[in-house]
Design a protein around this ligand. Structure first.
Ligand SMILES: Cc1cc2nc3c(=O)[nH]c(=O)nc-3n(C[C@H](O)[C@H](O)[C@H](O)COP(=O)(O)OP(=O)(O)OC[C@H]3O[C@@H](n4cnc5c(N)ncnc54)[C@H](O)[C@@H]3O)c2cc1C
Length: 407
C-alpha cells in the first residue's frame, strides 16, 4: 500500500514524486513508456521553475546540461527590434531551454534519491475503487493500492476519464504551433529568449542543451493546413520570409522533423475528488504561448506537497488543493486568453510599435498615460493598446500600466 501513486513520469509527475517522497510519503510513479520520455513541446522556463529546481537541490545539475542561461529579452516586432537584460525581479532572472528528456531525467533521479519507486512501461488501464473513493490503479496483470492517486498523465488523462473529472472551463483551440530543432543558427551577441511578432505570427527562438536551437512558430488555428505543407507556405518558408530570421538561418540546418500541434485546447478540469488529484496538463492544458506548462506542473507539485494530508483524505485537503491550483494556474488561463489573439497591427500602430522599440522611454510614457492617449479609440483598438501597455510595463519592469478608461 502506497501513500501516493503518481500516474505519469513527465515533468509534473517527476516533480510531484520528488517533492512527495521528500516529504516522507511512500510514493510509486508509473509511466506507460520508457523514461525519461521526450515531449512534443518547446522547453522554455523562467524564475518560478528555477526557484523550484533550486529548492529541490537540482538547479546546479540542470545548469550543467549546457543549456545557456538566457539573461536577455530579444523582441523583434514587425521589423523593429528591442533587446534588454532581464530585470532582477528575483534571484533567478534568466530563462533556460532544456530538452524535456534531459530535465525529466534529473527530476526522476531526484525522486529516486528521495525514495520514490519508478516503474516504466507500466500503463494504467483503470482505477481501483471502494464506492466513491479511488483506492489504487490497475495495469495489465498488475494492481496496486494507494491512499491517493495523482493523475499527472497529460491532457488526455486516463485518471481524469476514469474518475469522470468534470471539465470546468473550455475555451477551445485558438492557435496552432510548429516547432523543430536546428543547428548552426547564427547566435546573438549574448544568449536571449527571443520573441518575434510578424503579421499575426509569433516565433519563439532560443538555444537549448545539446548545442541545438529551438525555433517555434505559432499561428491562428485556421492557418494550420497552409503552414503544414512543405511548400512555399510551410513552416520553414514562413521563417525564411522574415529577412532578419532568414539571415540567422542561412547556414543553419534543421535536425528534427517539424512537429505540428493543432489540438491545443485551452481548458481545465475539476482537480480533486476522494482519493484522487489531477496535476499538470491533466488538470489544465493551454496554448504554448502562455509559456507556463512546466511552471504549472511545478506549481501543482508544490500544492500537492503542501495539501496532501498525512493520512486518509479529506474534503478540506481537496478544497485546499483545488484553491491553490485555481490561484496559480486556472485563473491565469481564464483571464489570459486575450493574449492569444495576436492581430497584425494597423499601419498607424506599426509606427508606434517601431517608435517604442527604438526608444523604450516611450513605453514608460505610454504605460503612464495610456488612458489619455487611447481613450478616444474604438473599443477593439483600446483593448489592443491596453495589452501593448501592459506588456511593455511587464517586460520593462515599469509600474502597472494605467487603465484605458474612456469615461
Ligand atoms: C508545441 C508546444 C510547446 C510548448 N512549449 C512550452 C514551453 O516552452 N514552456 C512550457 O513551460 N511549456 C510548454 N508547453 C507545455 C508543456 O509541454 C506541457 O504543459 C507539459 O509537458 C505538461 O507536462 P505533464 O507532465 O503534465 O504532461 P506530459 O508531458 O504530457 O506527461 C504525461 C506523462 O504521462 C504518461 N501517461 C499518459 N497516460 C498514461 C497512463 N495511462 N499510464 C501511465 N502513464 C501515462 C505519458 O507517457 C507521459 O510521460 C508546450 C506545449 C506544446 C504542445
Amino acid at each position: 500500500m502506497y501513500d501516493v501513486i503518481v500516474v505519469g513520469g513527465g515533468v509534473t509527475g517527476a516533480a510531484s514524486a520528488a517533492l512527495l517522497a521528500r516529504r516522507g510519503l511512500r510514493v510509486m510513479l508509473c509511466d506507460r513508456t520508457g523514461l525519461p520520455a521526450p515531449a512534443v513541446s518547446t522547453h522554455f522556463f523562467g524564475p518560478s521553475v528555477l526557484s523550484f529546481l533550486d529548492g529541490l537541490g537540482v538547479l546546479d545539475e540542470v545548469l550543467e546540461t549546457g543549456a545557456p542561461p538566457l539573461r536577455r529579452w530579444h523582441l523583434e516586432v514587425e521589423g523593429g527590434y528591442y533587446g534588454a537584460p532581464m530585470l532582477p525581479r528575483s534571484p533567478y532572472h534568466y530563462n533556460l531551454c532544456v530538452r524535456r528528456e534531459t530535465l525529466s531525467a534529473i527530476l526522476l533521479r531526484a525522486a529516486s534519491r528521495h525514495g520514490a519507486e519508478i516503474r516504466e512501461r507500466s500503463p494504467v488501464r483503470s482505477l481501483r475503487r471502494d464506492g466513491d473513493q479511488v483506492t489504487g490503479v490497475e495495469g495489465d496483470g498488475w494492481s496496486e493500492k494507494a491512499r491517493i492517486v495523482v493523475g499527472a498523465d497529460g491532457r488526455g488523462s486516463q485518471v481524469a476519464r476514469r474518475t469522470g473529472a468534470a471539465t470546468t472551463f473550455d475555451a477551445g483551440v485558438m492557435r496552432c504551433t510548429f516547432h523543430a530543432y536546428w543547428e548552426g543558427v547564427v547566435p546573438l551577441p549574448a544568449p536571449a529568449l527571443e520573441l518575434w511578432h510578424d503579421g499575426g505570427h509569433v516565433l519563439q527562438v532560443g538555444p537549448c542543451d545539446g548545442g541545438r536551437w529551438m525555433v517555434m512558430l505559432s499561428a491562428p488555428i485556421e492557418q494550420y493546413d497552409m503552414l503544414r505543407s512543405g511548400a512555399s507556405t510551410g513552416y520553414e518558408a514562413r521563417l525564411r520570409a522574415i529577412p532578419a530570421m532568414a539571415d540567422r538561418l542561412r547556414g543553419a540546418c534543421r535536425v528534427s522533423p517539424v512537429y505540428g500541434s493543432k489540438t491545443l485546447r485551452n481548458f481545465h478540469r475539476d482537480p480533486a475528488g476522494p482519493g484522487w488529484r489531477l496535476a499538470g496538463d491533466a488538470y489544465c492544458h493551454k496554448d504554448p504561448l502562455f509559456g507556463a506548462g512546466i511552471a504549472d506542473g511545478c506549481a501543482a507539485a508544490r500544492a500537492l506537497a503542501d495539501t496532501l494530508p498525512p493520512d486518509g483524505d479529506s474534503r478540506e485537503a481537496r478544497e485546499s488543493y483545488a484553491a491553490a491550483l485555481d490561484d496559480h494556474v486556472g485563473q491565469k488561463v481564464r483571464t489570459g486568453l486575450a493574449g492569444l489573439r495576436v492581430d497584425p497591427p494597423q499601419p498607424g500602430q506599426l509606427a508606434w510599435i517601431r517608435g517604442v522599440l527604438a526608444h523604450p522611454g516611450l513605453a514608460l510614457e505610454m504605460a503612464r498615460r495610456c488612458s489619455e492617449l487611447f481613450a478616444g479609440l474604438p473599443e477593439d483598438r483600446r483593448a489592443f493598446w491596453q495589452r501593448v501597455a501592459d506588456g511593455a510595463a511587464d517586460i520593462l519592469d515599469l509600474p502597472p500600466a494605467a487603465r484605458v478608461d474612456p469615461s
